[in-house]
Design a protein around this ligand. Structure first.
Ligand SMILES: Nc1ncnc2c1ncn2[C@@H]1O[C@H](COP(=O)(O)OP(=O)(O)OP(=O)(O)O)[C@@H](O)[C@H]1O
Ligand SMILES: [Mg+2]
Length: 428
């Protein structure tokens, strides 16, 4: 797909005149981190980072090459794309890359800028899942085109993952969990997230983030043919560095009979532009809501501990499993547990009936949840010591697959295929 050996431009200065003719297209809101060995490369990447086509990305440039990257990712999540410069010999470069692969999350793409026009090295890099090997001297436009090809390839998977949240009954806290988890992803994974509120008349997304955007999801849903990356940009309300919301109007001046094709178009457009789309579904069962639920990459079902919730959660989970045989089961969250004097069905009984253990059991905590809702804040912003804070973080890590044990992580990662083979070789 995006794999190609980009051979050195014999005269890099010539290509600057070709700037306008480049095939590079605007790149989605991804995070890119570069690790250079030499100042000259950092300068080239600096020019790249200032290009209009990367305007929406978060791009950083550091020195220290792959060694610095290894140290950095021991404690930080890997971004959508890592660009590494290495002037090292083939064996040294491969050794360093294998070490880096151990902390590389699934879905992270890697471009290497090397100093040797070495086909053998190129092949070995491709086998390791490296997306591209560019040989110095490079000019900014080459790097731009490589990035653009990787993230704008219509045949490649769109950049975004979709996580859908649905309550087993109305009022069980599905939206609250959806918004807190979406926020937590943007804070802990440092990657761009959009939360989209599909509860048009009653949704609380704008209220929860203390935003009163003039335009939002309704404009997109009622003019899907006009929706493109430019309109999407106008409809998003930015809440923090990595978080934007597509808010619902929360008004009753019109009826909202949504079409499944319009919903699909909104999600596809978001998906092509933003790494994580967190979808807040209302407690309704229509053609569009069912289709949005079943097409999500991950599903979170929230229930409160009573009988109606149990029945509905069981029905939902059975349906999800039936329609998604090749996916893992949905994530199940039991919420508002431990309300004083209320008889409750236990987590064990839920597990026995629906055959999925709750991923989190969130206590009924009216003080913190009430305060956050009334202040238009997330729970962590209101009280970072609230018990649910860690639970939202855990859900954020599970959904983005940042919680996998080391071994599994490297198996899933782009650099995985070779690593597992290397392992086999070494353990013979
Ligand atoms: N664990 C909790 N402890 C206390 N209050 C909670 C808890 N979880 C949610 N709430 C409160 O419950 C109310 C309903 O929450 P929310 O709107 O998120 O539910 P929902 O399932 O999305 O409802 P709807 O069916 O209206 O979409 C809110 O006031 C919220 O603050
Ligand atoms: Mg809701």
């Amino acid at each position: 797909m995006g794999n190609a050996l980009v051979v050195a431009n014999p005269n890099p200065s010539e290509s600057s005149t070709e700037m306008q003719e480049t095939k590079a297209r605007p790149v989605p809101r991804i995070t890119i981190q570069c690790f250079c060995e030499q100042d000259a490369m950092a300068e080239v990447l600096q020019v790249v980072s200032e290009d209009r086509r990367l305007m929406k990305t978060h791009i950083t440039i550091q020195m220290g090459g792959i060694g610095a990257a290894i140290a950095f990712y021991e404690s930080s999540p890997t971004p959508n794309l890592i660009i590494l410069e290495s002037a090292k010999s083939r064996s040294e470069l491969l050794f360093e890359l294998d070490t880096l692969a151990e902390s590389c999350d699934a879905g992270t793409k890697v471009i290497i800028i090397g100093h040797f026009n070495d086909v053998l090295l190129y092949r070995e890099l491709l086998e390791r899942g490296v997306s591209e090997y560019i040989v110095t001297p490079v000019d900014p436009i080459q790097v731009l085109e490589s990035i653009s090809n990787l993230f704008n390839d219509p045949d490649a998977n769109p950049v975004g993952q979709v996580f859908a949240f649905l309550g087993a009954k109305g009022g069980v806290g599905s939206s609250t969990i959806c918004h807190n988890v979406g926020w937590s992803i943007s804070e802990t994974v440092s990657t761009d997230v959009v939360i989209a509120d599909f509860d048009l008349p009653f949704g609380t997304l704008g209220l929860d983030f203390n935003q009163d955007p003039l335009r939002g999801i309704a404009d997109a849903l009622f003019a899907p043919e006009r929706l493109d990356e430019v309109l999407l940009d106008r409809l998003l309300a930015k809440c923090s560095k990595h978080l934007s919301i597509l808010a619902s109007p929360g008004t009753l001046e019109r009826e909202y009979d949504l079409g499944d094709e319009a919903c699909e178009k909104v999600l596809t457009t978001v998906r092509h532009n933003i790494p994580y789309a967190v979808v807040d579904l209302p407690h309704v069962w229509t053609k569009w809501s069912k289709s949005m639920l079943l097409q999500a990459d991950e599903i979170v079902i929230t229930a409160a501990p009573d009988l109606a919730n149990l029945r509905n959660a069981k029905n939902l989970i059975e349906l999800i499993k039936k329609f998604r045989k090749n996916d893992g089961p949905p994530i199940f969250v039991l919420n508002q547990v431990g309300m004083q004097k209320r008889p409750e069905i236990s987590a064990a009984d839920f597990t026995a009936a629906i055959e999925i253990e709750p991923k989190e059991i969130i206590q009924f905590d009216p003080e913190n949840f009430g305060m956050a809702a009334n202040n238009g804040q997330m729970i962590e912003e209101t009280n970072s010591r609230a018990k649910s804070v860690q639970q939202f973080r855990d859900l954020a890590l599970s959904l983005t697959h940042r919680d996998a044990p080391e071994e599994e992580k490297s198996r899933n990662s782009l650099l995985g295929p070779l690593l597992s083979r290397l392992g086999k070789k070494h353990h013979k």
